[in-house]
Design a binder for this molecule. Sequence first.
Ligand code: HEC
Length: 335
Amino acid sequence: MRYPFLWNAPKQDYTQWPGFSPNGDDLLGLARNLGEVYGEFAVFEPTKERFGINYLNNNSAYFDGLRKLEGLIKQIGPPEWPWPVDTKLAEQGKAIYNRPTAQNGCSDCHGIRRGEVRLFTDQTWATPRIDVGTDTREWDILKWQARTGVFKDAPIIPSFPLRFFGDTGNALELLTTSVLGSILQNSFPPAATAMETQAKQLERFQALHNLTGGFHLPGQPSPSSKQAAPTKKNVFEARVLEGIWAAAPYLHNGSVPTLYDLLLPADRRPKAFKIGPAYDKVKVGLAIEQTKFDYTLNTTDCSDRNSGNSRCGHEYGTQLPPDEKKALLEYLKKL
Ligand code: HEC
């Protein structure tokens, strides 16, 4: 899996490649950032206490810093293509980009449209979640089970209606519970709410958060009927492509080195390529020759869509004639 680009992170309607995480207000932003910290490097040693789980025991996450970071991300914006662009050609490319999907266009899925209303002050961009035939491995990983430890018998956050962990639990539900439980405890410390059980606090938190769209996991019914949860298998999010030139290699699993290659059918995309900083301005993405690291990524074709490195799927625009592909590439540089 590859890191998605940062500059759109606060604006997306949903986040994480499979699009299971609603996004777009400050609370959801904090949950996203805390999830990353727990997932990557935080010290997090929750204990079982009389009032429920103590999520903040020996916890190295710095909530105020994460809030501040989110404010800074909002200011980044997409990077600008630093080299000359053929403006006339790019204009032609724009017209192709804006065609309907049936005519090899892109904007039906990647265009800027308003996402769901969470807070009226926060406007998100729609991130449709669609199965476009790409690698399926990440969906398997979402189903991983883990021993629950201190979380045994604790409420799963979010769950509607409330469910409880057994001896083992879904790893993603453990992470989500850890994140939301910590935010909850950080906002309503148990000392201040000594009479309240955590289940009661959870109810309050969910009521509060229903205002802003609520959380739900893949396969769970959505808390608000307006929301379409991605219950379909193997969907990934179609992001707004601003700054896409700087985000190679492409697709959620980073299996395609350049935008030029993405506009080729899967069987003609590179079977292997090197990862590194050397850039190809013509093909828009990773250069063939890389010297910084000695790592070659081997991709699989559509006969193995579950390898984690399959270059299969997303064949939009692959049927365009060469001159139209060239124009489209020129426009993609300017996004
Ligand atoms: C029917 C919807 C749909 C259409 C039409 C479509 N895309 Fe996509 N696109 C997606 C989805 C879904 C993904 C995410 C797939 C994945 O990562 O596995 C995606 C991913 C991408 C990515 C990779 C993004 C990244 O960060 O790696 C690029 C680039 C892209 N599309 C370009 C285009 C272009 C150019 C067109 C038009 C020729 C186009 N798309 C048409 C749905 C669509």
